[in-house]
Design a protein around this ligand. Structure first.
Ligand SMILES: Cc1cc2nc3c(=O)[nH]c(=O)nc-3n(C[C@H](O)[C@H](O)[C@H](O)COP(=O)(O)OP(=O)(O)OC[C@H]3O[C@@H](n4cnc5c(N)ncnc54)[C@H](O)[C@@H]3O)c2cc1C
Length: 505
């Protein structure tokens, strides 16, 4: 390994590579605490050329490489599976390369965060539409495209962040560098369109979870931020899951364009108030679920008309409006006007600092989500005995349920469900039984949600392998993915182990 290290050191001028134990360990985890392996080397290249040289050496030496953006994947996608290999950190590639104000397209290096990019764009009255994921202060644009991320605001209007993708610069697993969309024509001077010049090859890399190539540059459409916005929050009546789904369906069927529409279940409101996360809801008499909307408009008349239509739906569904200001309970205002969309999930996940999320974050049609959430309650009851094993040690039971349910493009929602639990190191002692139980519970919940027909977009290592394990892909579909992988990456260098192409568990 030391010879390889020396070769790699030359590529990144020595400074941007490490084999120190503490650095390798820092790169061996994501948000979940499952430790699957520690890399030998962490490297931080500055551009596509350096990435290409790294990939060529990795091929020569048959060393696996895991690309990493912000490391916020909830299913462990940006850490190695098994000990060894290289973690390729893209966060040094974090510059805005060009803002084409005539054509409203921005080109960035893939490691830039959504927060930094939008901070830059707001100087021009622009934004990315879908603001990336809720982790956007740290998560990278390349990570978002690799996950097909939604959630950081704007996804009811703009859809997932891949919707605004125009063109990609990608280093293929063998080290070749390609450009997609309009840039597939080498005579094109600047990126302007994703489709054409043959099939949509950018699509191959959207949601690929880092198996088909390393994204080094991303061109995205950007949008002028409309001058008018309205945001309102409502408490839901009983049967909040069904009523919130009905409201979402009615809004979609009436064709009213909303920027954000989010349902927060009663459990989150209750626990959040209890832990001081929602001071503005402390005085609510009943800690019921809430729903909020945000709309944008180019004129006051347009705004008023949309508000009228939406409020009629809210009233007809017996919701109760909370006040206009944040302190009155209007979380929608905080979410939009104070960029709460990038803070909310961090607060939510840190609600019990010693507990960790084991998520089952997925897409579903609006009509399906009440059933999925009801079934998670049922699953929780069925697994009480296992939950008790953890309770017996920690005196706090794992908490299952759903965080926000967000309207996204079409009639789909993103469900942020799963459970939070303690990990094996508790109160100064290692308890293997906690880890074993968590993993068994996580697998069983993910399998259950998959069998509702939900769709996974952030799959990391854990979910990508589980889909294969439980036979959720058709043979033909799985074989096609595998064939593409074999052509692009004959030595299976990039993200080795994901999707279980090689039969590892
Ligand atoms: C607090 C919190 C809130 C979150 N909220 C949301 C949310 O609202 N919506 C949502 O969709 N997700 C959410 N997530 C999950 C996750 O943060 C996002 O999906 C995010 O887009 C991941 O970006 P990242 O840069 O951190 O990716 P990483 O975790 O670094 O990587 C994600 C995957 O992409 C691959 N990858 C990363 N960069 C590249 C690249 N340049 N080229 C090729 N492959 C690459 C990695 O190998 C990995 O498989 C949240 C996570 C946290 C911790």
């Amino acid at each position: 390994m030391s010879e390889v290290y020396q070769k790699l050191e030359k590529i990144v001028e020595g400074k941007h590579i490490s084999k120190d134990l503490y650095v390798r360990h820092a790169y061996s985890r994501n948000v979940d605490l499952v430790l699957q392996g520690v890399p030998d080397i962490v490297i931080r290249p500055k551009d596509a050329q350096e990435v290409s040289e790294i990939m060529k050496i990795a091929n020569e030496e048959n060393i696996p490489v895991t690309p990493r953006g912000g490391g916020d994947c909830e299913f462990g996608g940006s850490k190695p599976i098994g000990n060894g290999g290289i973690v390729l950190d893209t966060k040094r590639m974090n510059k805005v390369i060009n803002l084409d104000q005539d054509n409203l397209i921005v080109t960035v290096e893939a490691g830039i965060s959504w927060g930094k990019l939008n901070d830059f764009l707001c100087n021009f009255g622009l934004y990315t539409g879908c603001m990336g994921p809720g982790s956007g202060m740290t998560a990278a644009v390349g990570g978002g495209i690799s996950h097909h991320s939604v959630g950081g605001g704007g996804c009811a209007k703009y859809g997932a962040c891949t919707n605004q993708l125009v063109s990609l610069e990608v280093v293929l697993p063998t080290g070749d560098i390609i450009n997609t969309g309009s840039q597939a024509n080498k005579y094109s001077k600047y990126p302007f369109n994703r489709f054409g010049n043959g099939p949509d090859l950018a699509g191959l890399f959207c949601g690929d979870n880092g198996i088909f190539g390393v994204k080094t540059q991303v061109s995205l459409q950007v949008f002028p931020k409309p001058p008018y916005a309205a945001y309102k929050t409502f408490q839901l009546p009983r049967k909040e899951r069904e009523v919130s789904a009905k409201i979402m369906t009615e809004i979609r069927q009436k064709g009213i364009e909303v920027y954000d529409l989010m349902f927060l279940m009663d459990l989150i409101v209750r626990l959040g108030c209890q832990e001081g996360m929602f001071p503005f809801w402390e005085n609510l008499k009943k800690k019921r679920g809430v729903i909020f909307y945000t709309i944008e408009a180019n004129s006051e008349v347009e705004l008023d008309e949309k508000v009228k239509q939406l409020d009629e739906i809210m009233v007809n569904n017996k919701t109760e409006e909370l006040g206009q200001e944040i302190q009155d309970g209007n979380i929608a205002k905080w979410h939009y006007a104070e960029q709460g969309h990038w803070q909310f999930y961090h607060n939510l996940w840190g609600i019990y600092p010693s507990m960790q999320p084991l998520t089952a974050e997925c897409f579903s049609p609006i009509g399906l989500y009440p059933n999925v959430l009801n079934d998670i309650d049922q699953w929780d009851m069925e697994h009480n005995e296992d939950m008790q094993k953890i309770f017996n040690i920690t005196k706090i039971r794992p908490i299952a349920g759903s965080g926000p349910v967000l309207l996204i493009d079409g009639n789909n929602v993103e469900i942020t469900c799963g459970f939070t639990s303690f990990w094996n190191y508790y109160n100064g002692e290692v308890h293997d039984i906690i880890e074993e139980t968590n993993l068994m519970l996580w697998k069983s919940l993910l399998e259950r949600v998959t069998k509702h027909g939900c769709q996974w977009y952030m799959m990391g290592d854990y979910m990508s392998r589980l889909m294969v394990d439980i036979g959720a892909y058709s043979e033909e579909y799985y074989n096609l993915m595998k064939s593409i992988k074999q052509v692009l990456d004959p030595k299976m260098i990039l993200s080795r182990g994901k999707f279980n192409f090689w039969g590892e568990k």
